[in-house]
Write a protein that binds this ligand. Structure first.
Ligand code: NCD
Ligand code: ZN
Length: 343
């Protein structure tokens, strides 16, 4: 049977929530990944180093005893963020980045920033302390078509941020368009991007053709096939600007299967397997290890992992859901087959 051994990967973008959902989802990530960048969009958001410390403690308590998983914490930027908090974060050993959400762009982003130029002094401080800025890159202008929101953000806000802060390290999170890929390619080495498994594997037909499939609804929304191909090309190119970030974003099943369903795909149950499928389809399995295990840690200036994981080419069926009746989460590809399995 065909196997694939990789240096243990890291997930550079994940939502693990808190409370009962955290306990349900975290073991999946802790089984596959050495580290993960933990998104701060809790309710209320994680905005201070002290809150990140408390959240980290809660996460550590949910890690299975046999796992050596390390959560890498982030803080949520708001117009209320104090300059001193950035210094404090830089001096901490466990806060690795700040996350910028345009206000209203996605799940739990009402504390986000409406006018990005209002936080330029904070971006200058991040640049000074060399702390990466992670960006949800979508405009929130309600007149802008939802399929164009990333492209518009790249043309407007992102171009200005990159020009004004040339030494600020930036990760454009979960890129979904040719436009975003091209922007990252043209920018200097300080600008990188994460790519999710759903945006590599599916185009918008998976979401909308033949019926609305809410478990494929995430933000930025899945785009047309030509964009998917650009993402596959970027991920499998061997360019260190592109690395793994699942954006696994668990929501209770009933909140997604709803007249107004939440945005987010839960993919932690099979993250590295889903990427393996995408890379195999592109005949680029030899490029998976660097994308999953090297480029992210290099960008964050953290040591690469040394342990390994092994995947085996074997077919299994994804369960219909994970968790209990109270905390029921429907995973990506629920009830469908996946052809790689971590052993
Ligand atoms: C994320 C969530 O649910 O927290 N949802 C999503 O669709 N990706 C937020 C985000 O990263 O946009
Ligand atoms: Zn996210």
């Amino acid at each position: 049977m065909k196997t694939l051994t990789l240096i243990k990967p890291d997930d550079w973008h994940i939502h693990v929530r808190n409370g009962a959902i955290l306990k349900t989802v975290l073991p999946h990530t802790a089984k596959q990944f050495g580290r993960a960048i933990i998104m701060p969009n809790l309710k209320p958001p994680v905005t201070t180093v002290d809150q990140a410390q408390a959240y980290k403690t809660e996460i550590m308590a949910a890690i299975p005893v046999d796992s050596e998983f390390t959560p890498l914490m982030t803080l949520y930027l708001t117009t209320q963020t104090e300059l001193s908090e950035i210094k404090k974060a830089a001096e901490s050993s466990f806060v690795h980045a700040f996350k910028l959400y345009p206000a209203g762009a996605t799940t739990n982003s009402d504390s986000g920033v409406a006018d990005i130029s209002a936080i330029y002094p904070l971006l200058a401080e991040l640049e000074k302390y060399d702390l990466p800025l992670l960006i949800h890159g979508e405009v929130t202008d309600p007149t802008c078509d939802i399929f164009d929101r990333e492209q518009r953000f790249v043309e407007s806000s992102l171009t200005e941020i990159v020009n004004k802060f040339p030494n600020l390290r930036i990760v454009l999170e979960h890129v979904t368009t040719t436009d975003a890929v091209d922007f990252v390619l043209k920018a200097g080495p300080q600008v990188a991007a994460t790519i999710t498994p759903q945006h590599l594997l599916f185009n918008r037909n998976a979401l909308l053709a033949g019926g609305i499939r809410p478990h494929y609804y995430c933000l930025p929304i899945i785009k047309r096939e030509s964009h998917r191909q650009s993402l596959v090309n970027a991920a499998t190119s061997g360019n260190p600007k592109f690395f793994l970030g699942t954006d696994s974003a668990p929501h209770l099943t009933h909140t997604k299967e709803n007249a107004c369903g939440c945005a987010g795909c839960f993919s932690a149950h099979a993250a590295i397997e889903l990427y393996a499928e995408a890379f195999e389809q592109a005949d680029a399995l030899d490029k998976l290890e660097a994308f999953a295990s090297f480029y992210g840690s290099d960008f964050y200036r953290l040591p690469r992992n040394t342990a390994t994981i092994t995947l085996q080419q074997s077919t299994w069926t994804v369960p219909a859901s994970y968790g209990t009746d109270e905390v029921k989460i429907t995973p990506l590809k629920a009830g469908e087959e996946i052809h790689w399995k971590i052993i």
